[in-house]
Write a protein that binds this ligand. Structure first.
Ligand code: WQD
Length: 348
């Protein structure tokens, strides 16, 4: 079958699953500002409908919201019928490493089952461009090396296994359907918030990820940070991650749409900064941004965690000239601006 390679630099209609979530809502802003039209599919189990109002405050446009669970085939098919789109950006997933060790099958049901259902519904609707939200966690425990796309996958927890499995499903689908093109983006640790202070990270319930937890300690909603593990083989004993600004990650998705037709099949890119930061260093950076102390206690390691995950981003810099614009101090400052302005997040 001949492949119609549409130059994706022209305005596209994009369906964004999980678009009311942290990375999804920031990506809606960048898509709209790049001239694309956005339809959001989100069941609001982790996202916030108010985030879409904030997208309108920033861009002047409120994305259409279809409140749908991505595991609901009929509902998804109805969305594709109502909204003919050119591409799908797929964020909707459960994404907490620790939680995935507690409810592994729920992670596979939502992340793997939901992705399979979405891919099939998109194909039946004639939508053949996919940008997938993958994760550096598929690399597992990697030692000292920075990670490029050729590093072996060694998932260390059910969340990571679910993301690797989704990548393989997408790659197989592209292999046997010439017209399908995809990009999988393996993010490292997205943190920060839109500089307006209107959008930010506000997980439902107790935050599993460190930065929203840090922000809630700083604003007085939580007593102190628990640092999971002080005996890792790292300079200060706490685990190292590659924290990357969520706006940089969002812009990476706009670039992925511009490049999804560069070649057949599925492309894979790591999105990070190439800079490693320990948990203790992150706490100190956040305390400096919030100009207050952040009490903490060092506790046992968290199941599923690994000592170090830092990206080698030379491939994406070479292919797309995408590069991170914001440093750790900016990530912390932008996070704090949102949290200080909205102590209860989107809640009230
Ligand atoms: C970071 C570090 C914890 C909470 C995340 C996302 C995942 C993926 C990869 C995109 C670890 C420590 C945490 C706390 C702590 N990103 N920590 N106290 O596990 O690296 O995974 O990035 O797909 O979706 O979850 O992020 O923020 O949970 O942990 O000490 O209260 O902070 O042990 O070393 P993680 P995280």
């Amino acid at each position: 079958m001949s492949v119609t390679t549409r130059p994706s630099t022209r305005p596209l209609r994009v369906l964004v699953t999980g678009g009311a979530g942290f990375i999804g809502s920031h990506t809606c802003v960048e898509l709209i500002e790049a001239g694309h039209e956005v339809v959001v599919v989100d069941d609001l189990s982790a996202g916030h409908e108010l985030a879409l109002d904030r997208v309108r405050e920033i861009t002047g446009t409120r994305p259409v919201l279809e409140r749908v669970d991505i595991t609901d085939t009929r509902a998804l098919e109805a969305v594709f019928a109502l909204h003919p789109v050119d591409a799908v950006i797929h964020f909707a997933a459960r994404k907490a490493v620790g939680e995935s060790t507690e409810i592994p099958l729920t992670y596979f049901e939502t992340n793997v089952g939901g992705t399979a259902i979405l891919l099939a519904a998109a194909r039946r609707a004639g939508v053949h461009r996919i940008v997938f939200s993958s994760s550096c966690s598929i690399f597992g425990s990697t030692g000292a090396a920075d990670l490029d796309e050729s590093a072996p996958a060694a998932p260390a927890n059910p969340y990571a296994w679910s993301k690797l499995t989704c990548e393989q499903m997408i790659e197989q689908s592209c292999r046997y359907h010439d017209e399908q093109r995809a990009v999988s983006l393996r993010y490292f640790n997205p943190i920060g918030a839109h500089p307006s202070g209107l959008l930010g990270e506000d997980p439902h319930g107790t935050p599993r990820n460190i930065v929203p937890y840090l922000a809630q300690v700083a604003v007085g909603r939580r007593e102190r940070l628990q640092i999971f593990g002080g005996d890792y083989p790292t300079p200060d004993g706490s685990a190292i991650r590659d924290y990357v600004h969520v706006v940089d990650i969002a812009r990476g998705h706009v670039a992925a749409l511009d490049h999804v037709d560069d070649r057949p099949g599925m492309q894979l890119f790591n999105l990070g900064t190439g800079q490693g930061t320990s948990v203790l260093e992150l706490r100190a950076a956040f305390a400096a941004a919030a100009e207050r102390d952040i009490p903490y206690v060092v506790t046992d390691r968290r199941p599923g965690d690994v000592p170090r995950l830092v990206a080698d981003i030379s491939a994406v810099r070479r292919a797309w000239s995408w590069k991170p614009e914001y440093d750790l101090a900016t990530m912390c400052r932008d996070t704090w601006r949102f949290q200080e302005a909205h102590p209860e997040g989107y809640g009230r």
